[in-house]
Design a protein around this ligand. Sequence first.
Ligand SMILES: C[S@@+](CC[C@H](N)C(=O)[O-])C[C@H]1O[C@@H](n2cnc3c(N)ncnc32)[C@H](O)[C@@H]1O
Length: 263
Amino acid sequence: MAVEYDDSFEECIQRPWLAVSKMRQIDADQPKRQGQLSPDAPNEWALHDTFHYQRGHADVFRDAYRVSRHHPPKKGERLRVVDVGAGAATVAVALGEALGRDKRRRIDYVAFDPNPSMRSLGEQVLEHLDAGFGSGMYIESLEETDFHKGDRLLFSFSYVSHQQAVTLADVDRWASLIKRGIQEVGRAVELMYTTASNIHSIEPKLPMLGEKLDQAGLRRTVEPLSVHLKQRYPETGGRDGRVRWRWRNPQWQVQAERWTLRA
Ligand SMILES: C[S@@+](CC[C@H](N)C(=O)[O-])C[C@H]1O[C@@H](n2cnc3c(N)ncnc32)[C@H](O)[C@@H]1O
């Protein structure tokens, strides 16, 4: 059975967002910002972005995961998902909706986000969602990521590629993390990313990561993923306090790929 996202959304995201003063809501809602979030952004910005975009981003990742050739973890397998730029645990929501409880139990979900408000929101969402993962946690630095021999590994990057706060040093860190992961688990690993295909003013970082990994001599196969989905946003104002989702045209313009990486 899929997780109940609406309950977690109402409790952890909608309620606190509606309690933010109108002035601060307007400040968080600058149209030019378009989901750009630096580590020191005001608290309300993380809440604003999660309120407005998490539903849609989770829809996109869930569909990308479903159409990909990735095999969900079988009995006896452990799948460690390392969610980089996790926001408020968006990939956990997507996997919670894509997989049944048996498969979720075989997942260890590790989330990293440099914005402390996102981390705190994500911890609340993870707890409330109660997805039944083998384990689920946030780490404060990617260096803390633990890998276990024999585990399968999936690195996820949901709507992080166009973040201006991602530096070349971050891309180097991601490449080192992936190389270490391959060495320590002793097998090929996977990476899945989703991002907007219609942002041209910011250089996307995932292609840079791909080049770094190629230069490091890893063998990389790329599976393009095609996602066709209408956008969903929350609509507030219902008297019962329940969220209602509004479907919006046009569809998400998505670029998504799944990579397999081996030494
Ligand atoms: C558009 S949000 C996406 C959040 C979430 N993955 C989702 O799909 O809903 C971008 C996230 O990237 C994070 N971020 C910004 N710079 C980063 C960096 N250098 N490394 C990792 N994450 C970063 C931000 O804190 C923010 O939570």
